[in-house]
Design a protein around this ligand. Structure first.
Ligand code: GLN
Length: 280
C-alpha cells in the first residue's frame, strides 16, 4: 500500500474508471464524500489530500457495489428531493427529480390554506413532505401499501419535523372516511415487459413500486376510478405517469367524470403528469 494511492485524487481517478456508467466521477465524489465527510468542492481544491487506509477500504467497497449497479442513493442511504434530505432504502422507489413537477403542479392549484391533501403510495414520503414543507397549514395524509415504506416515510417526517400523517393502506382501501381537496400520486406505471426494467437503478428498486400490469396502467386505472368518491367538489387529482401514457390517462380522467383535464411535461420535455378536477 503505497502512500500516493491514498490521495483523494488518485482514489477518485481509479474509481471513475471502475464505476463507468453515466456519471462515474460524480458518483465517485459522492461516495468518497460519504466515507470521509469531506465536501465535493474540497476534492477539487485539495486533490492531494490523504485519506486513511480505513477510509480508502470503505470507499473501495462502495465503489465495487456501484460498479455492479447498486444505486448511489442506496449506498449513501439518502437522496435529496425538493432540497429535503430524505432517507432511502431498498423498500421504496428512489425519489426522482421529475417527480418535483408533481409538487410544482400541486403548489400551483387554487386551494385553501387549510386544504386536505392525500399522497397515495408515498414511498419515502417525498411528495407529501415537500408539500408539507411549503404549505404549513395543509393537512396532509400519506399512505403506502408497504409497512416498510410507511416506516421509512414516518422516519423522514420525524427527522425533518414536518407534519404529515402516515397510514398503511393499499390506495384508498384502508383510509379513514373523508374527502380531499387534492389527491396526488406517483404510482407504479411501467409496463411489465418494459426493457428499462433491466437497466440502471430500477433493477434495485421494488417491482411493486414500478410495475403495473401489461400497459403500466393498472394502478392508475384504480386510483382514477375511485377518486370521485374521495374528492371534495372542486378538488384535484394529480398523477404522475409515463411519457407515452398521456392520452390513455386523460381518457381515464374523462371517463371518471373529471374536468379541466390537462397533461403537463417534465424537465426533459416529456409528458409526465395529468391533472383534473372533480366538478364543483
Ligand atoms: N419514473 C420512474 C422510472 O421510469 C418510474 C416511476 C414509477 O413507476 N412511478 O424509472
Amino acid at each position: 500500500m503505497s502512500e500516493p494511492s491514498l490521495t483523494c485524487d488518485s482514489l477518485l481517478r481509479k474509481a471513475t474508471i471502475s464505476i463507468a456508467g453515466e456519471s462515474p466521477r460524480l458518483d465517485a465524489e459522492l461516495l468518497l464524500g460519504q466515507v470521509t465527510g469531506l465536501s465535493r468542492t474540497s476534492f477539487r481544491a485539495w486533490p492531494e489530500r490523504q485519506v486513511t487506509a480505513t477510509e480508502a477500504r470503505r470507499f473501495e467497497a462502495l465503489v465495487q457495489l456501484r460498479a455492479i449497479g447498486h444505486p448511489v442513493a442506496h449506498l449513501l442511504g439518502e437522496q435529496e428531493f425538493w432540497s429535503l434530505p430524505l432517507k432511502v432504502n431498498a423498500s421504496t422507489l428512489i425519489p426522482r427529480p421529475d417527480t418535483e413537477c408533481l409538487v410544482e403542479a400541486v403548489l400551483g392549484l387554487a386551494v385553501t390554506d387549510t386544504a386536505r391533501v392525500l399522497d397515495l403510495g408515498t414511498g419515502t414520503g417525498a411528495i407529501a413532505l415537500a408539500l408539507a414543507n411549503e404549505r404549513r397549514g395543509w393537512q396532509i395524509l400519506a399512505c403506502d401499501a408497504e409497512a416498510s415504506a410507511v416506516e421509512l416515510a414516518t422516519d423522514n417526517a420525524l427527522r425533518l419535523n414536518l407534519p404529515v400523517t402516515l397510514v398503511l393502506s393499499e390506495w384508498f382501501d384502508q383510509l379513514p372516511a373523508g374527502r380531499f381537496d387534492v389527491i396526488v400520486s406517483n404510482p407504479p406505471y411501467i409496463a411489465s415487459d418494459d426493457h428499462h426494467l433491466g437497466e440502471g437503478d430500477v433493477r434495485f428498486e421494488p417491482a411493486s413500486a414500478l410495475i403495473s400490469g401489461e400497459e403500466g396502467l393498472d394502478d392508475i386505472r384504480v386510483i382514477v376510478a375511485a377518486s370521485p368518491t374521495w374528492l371534495n367538489a372542486g378538488g384535484w387529482l394529480v398523477i404522475e405517469h409515463g411519457y407515452d401514457q398521456g392520452d390513455a390517462v386523460r381518457r381515464l380522467f374523462g371517463q371518471a367524470g373529471l374536468v379541466a383535464v390537462e397533461t403537463r411535461r417534465d424537465y426533459g420535455d416529456r409528458d409526465r403528469l395529468t391533472l383534473g378536477q372533480w366538478p364543483a
